[in-house]
Design a protein around this ligand. Structure first.
Ligand code: HXC
Length: 257
């Protein structure tokens, strides 16, 4: 498929999606939504891909939803088309999705990064929910996911003031897993994704599903869910291989089943 707003490639077993609207700082319009979701779903179905990386440019991961596209929208249009609800399809991707964020991740850009399974940040990354400065509020999960990541006080301050958080504050607050020098971001993201993609794919997918359940369940239910999934892993050929390889002091050759 030919894409207009993103670049799509595979590097080994990693699917790489690069937002590519440099003149608009990768602002997220309807086309970007359609294309990112389609590319991610195609990678999810591609047996040769084990993990996905979403990134932008060194200046901007994405500076938010496209304000120029949104400006003339009426309430009835936004409601009837369920404006931007389709971004939720990204959260139904079953393989790991890593956001590699450099530069601005604002509004919908920050929300897109938070839809991914974890965020690797460049040291120049800036995160924020500036919607209040436009007379609106987060609409792609910012009020909910940011609060779960960084806690109520910081999320409330960021959503109410539009203040940006730099990479170190984002790491300290639990928004990002790690900060790396901007020039090494893509290489590091591909390395991490490549490592994940070498493991047993069913095991990786079960880990993702189970960690994500912790946002939806009580602790007791989550622990039971974890244990049941763990039990089911003894049906995997890859469990037999992984444990045999350990005892035989060799590296495992996972067959993804
Ligand atoms: C449309 C955008 C844009 C955006 C930047 N541009 N952000 N276009 N939507 N979100 C465009 C600018 O209009 C400009 O185009 C070009 O990109 C370069 O931007 P500059 O502002 O000239 O760059 P700079 O001075 O470096 O400032 C960078 C910036 C600023 C601080 C990131 O661009 C900015 O504040 N952008 C808006 C950030 C924002 O408010 N995001 C939240 C959007 S609401 P021209 O043609 O003039 O050169 C949102 C809601 C999500 O995300 C919920 C949806 C359901």
């Amino acid at each position: 498929m030919a894409y207009e707003t993103i670049l799509v490639e595979t590097r080994g077993r990693v699917g790489l999606i690069t937002l590519n609207r440099p003149k608009a700082l990768n602002a997220l319009n309807s086309k970007v939504l359609e294309e990112v979701v389609a590319a991610a779903e195609a990678f999810d179905e591609n047996a040769k891909v084990g993990a996905i990386v979403i990134t932008g440019s060194e200046k901007a991961f994405a500076a938010g939803a496209d304000i120029k596209e949104m400006q003339p929208k009426t309430y009835i249009e936004a409601y009837m088309e369920d404006f931007f609800a389709d971004w939720e399809r990204l959260t139904r991707i079953r393989k790991p999705v890593i956001a590699a964020v450099a530069g601005y991740a604002l509004g919908g850009g920050c929300e897109l990064a938070m839809m991914c399974d974890f965020i690797l940040a460049a040291d120049n990354a800036k995160f924020g929910q500036p919607e209040i400065t436009l007379g609106v509020m987060p609409g792609m999960g910012g009020s909910q996911r940011l609060t779960r990541f960084v806690g109520k006080s910081k999320a409330m301050e960021m959503c109410l003031t539009g203040r940006m958080m730099d990479a170190l504050e984002a790491e300290r607050s639990g928004l990002v897993s790690r900060v790396v020098p901007a020039g090494e971001l893509i290489e590091e993201a591909l390395k991490v994704a490549g490592k994940i993609a070498e493991f047993s794919l069913p095991a990786v997918m079960m880990v993702k599903e189970t960690v994500n359940r912790s946002y939806e369940m009580t602790l007791a239910e989550g622990l039971r869910f974890e244990r049941r999934v763990f039990h089911s892993m003894f049906a995997l050929a890859d469990q037999k291989e992984g444990m045999a390889a350990f005892t035989e002091k060799r590296s495992a050759q996972f067959r993804n089943r």
